[in-house]
Design a protein around this ligand. Sequence first.
Ligand code: AVI
Length: 322
Amino acid sequence: MLVHAIPTNAGYEFAAEVRAGLTRAGQKELPSKYLYDDVGSALFEVISHLPEYGLTRADERLLRRYSDDIADRVAGPVAIAELGSGSGRKTRWLLEAFCRRQRTSYYPVEISHSALVMCERELSDIDAISIVGFEREYLDGLLEVAAYRKSGQRLLVLFLGSTIGNFDRPAGVKFLSDVRCILQPGDSLLLGTDIEKSSIELLRAYDDQLGVTAAFNLNLLARVNRELGADFDLSQFAHLARINEEVRSVEMHLESRRHQAVSISAAEVVVEFQEGETIWTESSHKYALGEIYEMARAAGFRCEVQWVDQQWPFAENLLIAE
Ligand code: AVI
């Protein structure tokens, strides 16, 4: 696979965002995108197999069951761009369905180099596929994919796994609008969304018995230690999952077990934590089925079909650019 990578000053950006998030007045926070270094991505892969966390399996079930239906609806020559492909495992069904119909170009867009490598290993045996990976942020990668489009070719964008839920609602609609601006009328977006469920189910899913989600969350502090020379004592922070009824999300936090100060060398800062104070690390918003039609409309799409999993309420939504 050809991988387009660009040198970035990622280390500098990470330090700046950590400093800004931990020194802001009020709720301290760290951006959830930093949960996914190699260790975090591997832990997320384990989460996707946990009995308590049905989201990824629901996504996969829908893609397996409806991939032919999706491929029939997005007819004609098509290039497929996937934003945040991960290992590519769940995309296989869909790509096989498209490749049974015609030769298909697949462009995974990922900030993680190792995920792109895994993705190619997982999918390159499919007949009639060509894979070109973009090691980029989502919208930068999509812009480049759009520049590769051949005349008469449709673009299908995949944004699966309810990653949209990790944006707050206004930012989610803004992101969909930004995607829409890069597309042409008639192009499509397959959007995976996790549907609202009980607080009990959500707390179980985001605070599993084995402690894998806790490790996934705590790894963010371990990463700051590794990459920014910080001295977080991981045993002095606890994983916390909490429901935010107002915005219909489940939040992950890291709670300081005592009053303590942490030095972060590359960010040139010492941060003080009170006992019980938390760092907010992620929100996963959950959606009502009808709401997705409204979000689509607000972003310049029309929601043509919605496929819903019965075992774990989750929807695959096919949006068409208007
Ligand atoms: C990637 N994302 C959709 C997951 C979610 O459910 O919000 C990340 C995750 N966080 C904790 N468990 C899984």
